[in-house]
Ligand binder design. Structure first.
Ligand code: FPP
Length: 247
């Protein structure tokens, strides 16, 4: 059967990550202030989360604000902090209704007491034993910073005798990382040249991407935890080691 963008793709049970990028470019393209781009990004998140739950993903991890983003202008950061609080307040009731568990990771403590309070309440209100979707949101997260903090903790535990070097495996390292998902099956970075987040998610390239997505999802379900690489090897994997590129 030929795959086109109307063919439903079975994404059930897979772990998807999205790096939220392109808000500024979307705003510029639409002659708007960057804060409008961030607002549009949050609205797009709402739609994506709803679709992810319907598609029965195991988890959706949104990389919303990186450690590098702290270098943004003060006003923009202030706007983002307010947006995080308003997004949480307006979206948590919908998450509860859809039985979606929310979990924040990264250095969100640096966002200050109001954001921390909103986050802690949102996490508490969306605790489900068997959620329809695990929604992880990275705020103040950086992969390199996470590796550094994990390495320091591992070194400390070795020095104080709580860990022996020959017991270190990839799952040990994961235990020390703050990222909640051990293996992302698919990592999408929005805001590419052909698809400007937070504009329409479906575009002409989707038809090309669908076949990859179909194969990536099936491969992820069949090979979970084996460390196997999809056929085509590195060509199908991104620099993070797990992404299937939209070509
Ligand atoms: C990248 O766009 C996005 C950000 C810098 C931050 C976005 C964060 C939020 C909108 C908060 C999200 C909160 C929740 C709770 C989901 P960009 O400006 O780097 O875009 P560009 O690549 O076009 O410059």
């Amino acid at each position: 059967m030929a795959i086109n963008n109307k063919t439903p793709i079975d994404l059930s049970g897979i772990n998807v990550g999205i790096i939220m990028d392109g808000n500024g470019r979307w705003a510029k393209k639409n002659h708007l202030n960057v804060s409008k781009g961030h607002e549009k990004g949050v609205e797009t998140v709402r739609q994506i989360v709803e679709r992810a739950a319907k598609a029965q993903l195991e988890s959706l991890s949104l990389y919303a604000f990186s450690t590098e983003n702290w270098s943004r202008p003060k006003n923009e950061i202030l706007g983002i902090k307010k947006l995080i609080i308003s997004a949480i307040n307006s979206q948590v009731p919908d998450l509860v209704e859809q039985k979606i568990s929310l979990n924040f990771f990264g250095d969100f403590l640096s966002f200050g007491p109001k954001v921390i309070q909103a986050i802690e309440k949102a996490q508490k209100d969306t605790q489900f034993n068997e959620p329809n979707l695990q929604l992880n949101i990275a705020l103040g997260y950086g992969g390199r910073a996470d590796i550094i903090q994990a390495t320091k903790l591992i070194a400390e535990d070795i020095m104080n005798g709580n860990l022996s070097t020959d017991k270190i495996s990839d799952s040990t390292i994961f235990d020390y990382l703050s990222a909640p998902i051990e293996e992302l099956d698919l990592l999408i970075r929005t805001g590419g040249d052909h698809r400007v987040w937070p504009g329409p998610v479906v575009d002409h390239r989707c038809q090309l991407a669908t076949g990859h997505l179909q194969r990536a999802a099936r491969f992820a379900r069949d090979h979970r935890g084996t460390g196997d690489v999809p056929r085509g090897g590195q060509a199908d994997r991104g620099a993070d080691g797990g992404a299937v590129r939209d070509r």
